[in-house]
Design a protein around this ligand. Structure first.
Ligand code: 2BA
Length: 123
C-alpha cells in the first residue's frame, strides 16, 4: 500500500477531489501554502493499493495544470542613494508535486460511541 501526497494549486483541487471520489478513492484535503510563493495551495493525501498508484497519477495529470505566476524578488541590500527598480520574475507552478510513500500499517478504527451512536446524553 502507498500514500500518495499531492501538492496542487487551489484552482485544481476540487476537480481532482471529484475525480478521486468518482474513482472510489478515499482522499483527504489539507489547506496548505507554498514556502516560496506563500500562496494557498492544497495538499491531497490518498492511501491506495500499489496497483492503483498509476491510476491516481493519471487523475492528477488530467486535473492539474501548469500555470505561470509572477513573483516580486526580495529587495537587495543597497547603499544609500542607490536606486532599485524591482521587476517581477516568472515562475511555472504545478501541475502538481507528488510524493509516494510506503504505508507500514493502515487501519480504519470503527467503534460506536459509549451510550449510543452519535447521540449525546442531552439529546
Ligand atoms: P511554492 O514553494 O510556493 O513554489 C511555487 C513555485 O515557485 C514552484 O512550483 C517553483 O516553480 C518555484 N520555486 C519554488 N522554490 C523555488 C526556488 N527556491 N527558486 C526558484 N523557484 C522556486 P512547483 O515546483 O510546481 O511547486 C508548487 C508547490 O509544491 C510549492 O509551492 C510547494 O508548496 C510544493 N512543493 C514543491 N516542491 C516541494 C518539495 N520538494 N517538498 C515539499 N513541497 C514542495
Amino acid at each position: 500500500m502507498k500514500l500518495v501526497v499531492a501538492v496542487v494549486q487551489g484552482k485544481d483541487a476540487e476537480g481532482l477531489m471529484t475525480a478521486l471520489r468518482q474513482g472510489s478513492y478515499r482522499a483527504t484535503q489539507i489547506n496548505s501554502s507554498g514556502g516560496f510563493l506563500r500562496e494557498n495551495n492544497v495538499t491531497i493525501i490518498t492511501g491506495v493499493n500499489d496497483a492503483q498508484v498509476p491510476d491516481v497519477f493519471r487523475l492528477i495529470r488530467e486535473n492539474c495544470y501548469t500555470r505561470t505566476q509572477y513573483v516580486n524578488p526580495l529587495l537587495p541590500i543597497m547603499e544609500p542613494g542607490e536606486f532599485y527598480m524591482p521587476s517581477p520574475v516568472e515562475v511555472q507552478v504545478g501541475g502538481a508535486t507528488v510524493f509516494v510513500l510506503p504505508i507500514v500499517r493502515y487501519e480504519r478504527i470503527m467503534a460506536a460511541a459509549a451510550g449510543g451512536i452519535g447521540v449525546s446524553a442531552g439529546d
